[in-house]
Design a protein around this ligand. Structure first.
Ligand SMILES: Nc1nc2c(ncn2[C@@H]2O[C@H](COP(=O)(O)OP(=O)(O)OP(=O)(O)O)[C@@H](O)[C@H]2O)c(=O)[nH]1
Ligand SMILES: Nc1nc2c(ncn2[C@@H]2O[C@H](COP(=O)(O)OP(=O)(O)OP(=O)(O)O)[C@@H](O)[C@H]2O)c(=O)[nH]1
Length: 460
């Protein structure tokens, strides 16, 4: 599972700046998607091939007893309880403060690695910048500059050293890993009950001692599935208990671990920010997705139509996914929900042969050529598949840096239709480097004496 890094520290030390730096260099599947609002506190990052999640915890005032600072401290404690690694950010220009010491006192009691990042260190002597902070008793402090990027990579190397690179291929053993995500009270437990039967849920609800995901196998219509849940989070250490039953980190981790995410919404409630954020996470993770609009039993015909329209408008950025209107309570709509889960899985794992991809690409271009950008006319030559889950299509050609987002979406739509990739996001990567074979072939053709060379074929 992807490691989760929590950024902790008092206000104004540079946590948000560091967060932005850690999360910006990801291959953006969501380049510019209308309607998608992001939760700026949770993000994906990558160090080389190693992926990780980052949580920006906001300012941490451990002594605040009430008010907004107290609420923030609660949320920070939850993030600390659920993360794998803590990066404690301090301000190298201000030096150690009483508040830093308070935070350190709390962090020293937890059983996870804590790294002290002495920020704003650009232009300062490294040794002097960090000297003060040994006193925190959290080991060697590291000097960084979040705005300039200095020392950040070194720190990440250390932080992620114990975590191996992910395996190259996604194993396709035919067992579909399903995560059920949604905000509190939409009916996730009811749906899980309906899928597993009561006796299984008891096992599933057992508090674990580690925060590894718990996997529950089940069968449906002759097919095997594994339900992923990160239960067990609630029992972790005495210093930082997870207070809330709902956990964004837990949701993110189960999404990451799944092949297919079932996003559960409540038809009887308006779409909330929390729903939209969870939908956004699912999209950003690249996982295949099926939307289950639950509690459909309680609605009349006219309201149903209204709800459908509203949802499809608000969640337009999920238009690659199938929407199902179900009642978990009555067990209605689950068969067809699972047919879509299977379909989404197949789409996520699809193998797309180069000749077919290239043909589809050229057809798409014939139908609508990429618009010229200034002096550049992007030229697409061929395409191959660069990955699965989600499918990654690598398009090769010239001047592809100048392809617009709207043309990217056009291509995405075209490939989706051509290869029936419903239910999975699709990544398109443009590769402008010359095709060495094409270049060679052209040189060959250009050779004097070549019968099929362009010169000899030019009308005279
Ligand atoms: N000189 C310098 N300033 C920095 C650096 N990193 C952040 N800052 C500045 O410090 C100030 C606070 O940065 P933020 O990233 O907002 O700090 P924060 O810890 O997220 O603050 P809260 O959101 O209040 O908790 C901003 O003015 C940043 O530009 C750095 O590496 N060097
Ligand atoms: N009418 C109706 N009510 C439902 C349906 N599914 C769940 N509910 C009710 O919605 C409430 C919340 O259901 P839960 O399954 O506990 O929701 P949850 O998403 O697991 O909630 P958390 O455990 O808080 O995350 C309960 O009162 C359920 O009986 C449904 O299909 N129709």
């Amino acid at each position: 599972m992807k490691p989760t890094i929590a950024l902790v520290g008092r206000p104004n030390v540079g946590k948000s700046t560091l967060f932005n730096r850690l999360t910006k260099s990801r291959d953006a599947i969501v380049a510019d998607i209308p309607g998608l609002t992001r939760d700026r506190h949770y993000g994906h990052g990558k160090l080389g091939r190693k992926p990780f999640l980052v949580v920006d915890t906001g300012g941490f005032e451990p002594l605040a007893k009430d008010g907004i600072m107290h609420e923030m401290a609660r949320q920070t404690e939850q993030a600390i309880a659920e993360s794998d690694i803590i990066v404690f950010v301090v301000d190298g220009r201000v030096g150690i403060t009483a508040q830093d010491k308070e935070i350190a006192n709390k962090l020293r009691k937890i059983d996870r690695p804590v790294f002290v990042a002495v920020n704003k260190s650009e232009g300062l002597d490294r040794g002097i910048a960090v000297a003060d902070f040994h006193e925190l008793g959290l080991g060697q402090p590291y000097s960084i500059s979040a705005t300039h990027g200095e020392g950040v990579r070194n720190l990440l190397d250390l932080v992620l050293d114990p975590y191996p690179e992910p395996e190259e291929d996604v194993a396709d053993d035919g067992v579909v890993r399903v995560a059920i995500a949604g905000r509190p009270n939409v009916g996730k437990s009811t749906l899980i009950n309906a899928l597993l039967g009561e006796e299984r849920v008891i096992a599933f609800d057992m508090p674990g001692t580690t925060r590894d995901a718990i996997h529950v196998d089940f069968e449906r219509a002759g097919r095997k599935y594994t339900l992923i849940d990160t239960a067990g989070l609630r029992r972790r250490g005495k210093v930082f208990e997870t207070i809330e039953k709902f956990s964004v980190i837990k949701t993110l981790q189960s999404i990451e671990d799944a092949n297919v995410v079932i996003l559960v919404l409540d038809a009887q409630q308006d779409i909330s920010d929390q729903d939209a954020h969870i939908a956004g996470f699912a999209l950003e993770s690249g996982r295949a997705l099926v939307v289950a609009v639950n509690k459909w039993d309680g609605l009349e015909g006219y309201t149903r139509e209204q709800v459908k329209q509203l949802l499809e408008r608000k969640l337009k950025f999920l238009d690659f996914a199938r929407f199902h209107y179900i009642s978990a309570l009555r067990g209605q709509g689950l068969d067809s929900l699972f047919r879509s889960v299977d379909g989404a899985y197949a789409a996520a794992m699809a193998k797309l042969p180069t000749p077919k991809l290239t043909r589809a690409l050229l057809d798409a271009v014939t139908r609508q050529a990429p618009p010229r950008h200034g002096a550049f006319r992007p030229k697409m030559r061929y395409a191959h598949q660069g990955g699965m889950n989600p499918p990654l299509i690598v398009v090769h050609g010239n001047a592809l840096d100048h392809v617009s987002d709207s043309y990217r979406r056009y291509l995405e739509h075209y490939f989706r239709e051509a290869f029936k990739l419903q239910g999975t996001p699709l990544k398109i990567q443009f590769n402008t480097s010359e095709n060495p074979y094409a270049a060679k072939a052209e040189r060959h053709i250009d050779k004097p004496g070549s019968k099929r060379g362009p010169r000899s074929s030019r009308p005279t």
